[in-house]
Design a protein around this ligand. Sequence first.
Ligand code: ZN
Ligand code: ZN
Length: 345
Amino acid sequence: MWAMRFHAPGDVRYEQVPCPQPDAGELIVRIGAALTCGTDLKCYRRGHPVLLKDLPSAFGHEFAGEVVAVGEGVENFHPGDRVVCANSAPCYQCFYCHQGQTNLCEDLDLLNGAYAEYIRVPARIVRFNTYALPAHVPDALAAFCEPLAVCLRGVEESNVRPGARVAVLGLGPIGQLLVRAAKWKGAHVTAFARNAFKRETALRFGLADAVVDMTDGLDVEAVRQQYTPQGRGFDVVIEAVGLPEMWEKAVALSRRGGTVNLFAGCKSGTSIQLDTRRLHYDEITLLSLFHHTPTYFKKALSLIAQGEIDPSPLISARMGLAELPDAFALLEAGRAIKVAIQPRP
Ligand SMILES: [Zn+2]
Ligand SMILES: [Zn+2]
């Protein structure tokens, strides 16, 4: 089969590799669509010690498609079923799983390899985090379950309530889905980005109430005055850029008693400076969330299937497998939110 494999930063190759065969409990899924993701772009630029271990490595993790083969013992899926699979599944046996923190499972078993004609889905993901698709949900939309699950968890754990003043900093794919998820919760959302196309997308798709251009920086006091009642700051601030200066600004934008969700990871080794007086006397809650759980993945699928959240405006282009580098170029130029990679267009 054809696959796009990662050889080194900036070097992905369209190659023939052996077709995967299913072991016990596994599925082989023919990829209908795989979506580009911010993490993929980061990996493409600078590699990844955890996600892309043995080089050349399979690549891509947001996908949906059709089951073409099932391993021994698989009972609930059959060839011909259309499915969406999460890129991980918790073990339900480790300390963290026992605490209910399944997103922190010690053995998440992250799956890569969606930029290919077929993918082998490990038994644990088949068992705990694979879902049959209703006929009316196309593969490219179903593939949004993973990033949407992350964002639903993001707004839920940040205590986004109806009417809350929410700020979302950064409007890449995750920022866009955070805006939309916060609107779905009934919040009043102000969205921040430098890129005009992304701000416009946040209004059109995300239903943001206001957008702020950060091209010339972010004047915290001016923003508080203009976009929050009595200039007191936002009830919830979610940082979706992943830069230390933005983490600091996120805290500065919060109201007293507010919640700040530092959602986008910075480069390893990054530090930030915070005023401890403000944290303490203004009682700011800081969160920094990672990944998703099967509960949110299921929720994401049901919102997409019911049409409550329609992510299709975020698909800026559709391309074949071999064009993946072009898709990354489009993302780097800030002219696309997500690209749907379809091995059989
Ligand atoms: Zn992703
Ligand atoms: Zn576990």
